[in-house]
Design a protein around this ligand. Structure first.
Ligand code: F6P
Length: 567
């Protein structure tokens, strides 16, 4: 029976569509070869692939900095890998990496360079944009951040009433929140003992109320983080925070209790934060690529300048690998190509990210923005619509919690979800004196490795029947296996390691976008909703019932809300 295509908005290529456009990756021999391989996708068998090649694990385990990446449990053959690498060559991935890193304006729809790699370039190196070296500017800001952080951490930066700062509240959303909060949580073991950071992102008033709960304005520092400094949620929350502070300590206190991180000095000044309390970054840093810019100020306050520099060093290690390794050994590129294989050729729709580390509990959410805001696109750089599937849905939870919830579907569901496991050799804390706590980590790791083993190799009906006396249960207990995964293993979750991990994913996302020929660095899709919401506010709040000109559903919902509002 012919297999039904899963529903998709993508218009399948017709010969005519394939004729259009200057560079059409679908017309390459590698593309054709991969389409042919994909017709055999359901016959690929991990048990067989391992049996056929005793060297498979050795050949498919790579090192990148301190990361060891076991890539062997993927539904890939040497021929598929070769064709994926050829596809990357045809798509110009190597040249596109170089173009990004030398500062070409590859974000064409916003006419911007994409230079987050310059944020981790060592002092004294040069990256020129329009003839000007940007690395010196990067280090000027890092030095200012370091000096400020040291003052706050050492208790030399005093609030309006002379108290030391004890709580830092980062107000930001999207890339101005997800990176800092993820890294703050990840590096819990490296935090300053006196300082706590809280993060407010949502326009939901509960978020702000929870963040301010129990705080003393006199020992609270607000970091207003916004690339544009025009984002509705952030500015609304920042105004609420300012009102809370000035109510208690007066207008003058803003100077001691508010700093800003932004590219927009005019709006920062208009908000009332003086320029010397602003930490700059640049339009060539995308929001979702900005945790290593001044947007990481709250993180630096928590882990100190030296910890932050270790983080940058970790990023740099992977940047150098990505810039120089040939595609066949380039780990982020190979992982990106693996996703292209599953998503575009095999039609798999999502990827699970499963860190076996409680401290990485915000990592899947961070990757959702990184991957889905970058590659959730259907328009190629040249303005044509793609004729193939692009970015996957990214989701996940830390292990072992996920095992007791959605892993059932990963093991026996009707859809294949490739998974990324992240696991460490040691826990990132010292034993505070709890008896037996050391065994926890071994159990955690055993669970992680067992999950990837069970996903890959399953348990056949014959194997189940050997121990299951009730034949009616055999099919229920059979686990099909053949579910692919990557395992990323590293010694411990340190600042450097976190930088390496983030850069690994950044460059994986880049590779995918480069093959798909899309612009991974704009985000026009989010604009429509913002504009509609701004126009709707007066309709929700006007005293008189307004004339509504939306669709019938939206009109009815507005009326219903008005009837319920503030009851
Ligand atoms: O709406 C999407 C977005 O522009 C993200 O790309 C960005 O990280 C976020 O909003 C926050 O923007 P800003 O830092 O300018 O407040």
């Amino acid at each position: 029976m012919a297999r039904r295509q899963p529903f998709s908005w993508v218009t399948r290529p017709t010969l005519q569509a394939r004729e259009t456009g200057p560079v059409d990756i679908t017309r390459t021999d590698a593309w054709q070869a991969l389409e042919n391989h994909a017709t055999n996708f359901e016959r690929l068998d991990l048990r067989q692939l391992f049996a056929d090649d005793p060297e498979r694990v050795e050949r498919m385990t790579h090192s990148c900095g301190d990361l060891t990446i076991d890539w062997s449990k993927h539904l890939l053959t040497p021929a598929i890998i070769d064709d994926l690498i050829t596809l990357a060559e045809e798509a110009g991935v190597t040249e596109k990496i170089a173009a990004m890193m030398r500062g070409d304006r590859i974000n064409t729809t916003e006419d911007r360079a994409v230079l987050h790699t310059a944020l981790r370039a060592p002092r004294g190196t040069t990256v020129r944009l329009d003839g000007e070296d940007v690395v010196a500017d990067v280090h000027d800001v890092l030095d200012r951040m370091a000096a400020f952080s040291a003052q706050v951490r050492d208790g030399d930066w005093l609030g309006e009433t002379g108290l030391e700062i004890e709580t830092v509240v980062n107000i930001g959303i999207g890339g101005s929140d997800l990176g800092p909060v993820m890294a703050y949580e990840a590096l819990a073991a490296f935090r300053h003992p006196r300082l706590t950071c809280r993060f407010v992102s949502n326009i939901d008033s509960s978020d702000m109320i929870a963040a301010l709960q129990g705080l003393d304005p006199a020992s609270t520092l607000f970091v207003v983080s916004s690339k544009t400094f025009t984002t509705q949620e952030t500015l609304t929350n920042a105004r609420a925070a300012r009102a809370w502070l000035t109510e208690a300590l007066g207008e003058r206190a803003v100077a001691k209790h508010f700093v800003a991180v932004s590219t927009n000095a005019d709006e920062v000044a208009a908000f009332g934060i003086e320029t010397d309390k602003m930490f700059a970054f640049w339009d060539w840093v995308g929001g979702r690529y900005s945790v290593d810019s001044a947007i990481g100020l709250s993180l630096m306050l928590a882990i100190g300048a030296s910890g932050f520099r270790e983080l940058l060093g970790g990023f740099r290690t992977v940047d150098e690998h990505f810039a120089s390794a040939p595609l066949a050994d380039n780990v982020p590129a190979l992982l990106g190509l693996t996703e292209v294989w599953y998503r575009t050729f095999c039609g798999l729709q999502s990827r699970a990210v499963l860190p076996y580390s409680r401290h990485l509990h915000r990592f899947p959410a961070y990757l959702q923005q990184l991957d889905m805001e970058s590659n959730g696109k259907r328009t190629r750089i040249n303005g044509e619509l793609v004729t193939y599937e692009t970015g996957p849905v990214i989701w996940g939870e830390p292990g072992t919690n996920g095992q007791h919830s959605f892993h059932q579907m990963l093991h026996q569901g009707t859809t294949v979800v490739p998974a990324d496991f992240v696991v460490f050799g040691s826990p990132d804390h010292r034993n505070p004196g709890l008896d037996g706590i050391e065994t926890h980590h071994d159990l955690l790791v055993a669970n992680c490795l067992a999950q990837s083993e069970a996903l890959a190799f399953g348990k056949t009906a014959d194997e189940v029947a050997e121990t299951e006396p009730d034949p009616t249960l055999v099919s229920h207990r059979t686990v099909p296996g053949n579910r692919p995964s990557t395992t990323i293993m590293a010694p411990a979750l340190t600042p450097s390691l976190l930088g390496q991990l983030i850069a690994l994913y950044e460059h994986q996302v880049f590779t995918q976008g480069a093959v798909w020929g899309i612009n991974s660095f704009d985000q026009w899709g989010v604009e429509l909703g913002k504009a509609l919401a701004a126009a709707m506010i007066p309709e929700l709040t006007a005293d008189e019932a307004p004339e509504l000109a939306h669709d019938a559903s939206t009109n009815a919902l507005i009326e219903r809300y008005r009837s319920m509002r503030h009851r």
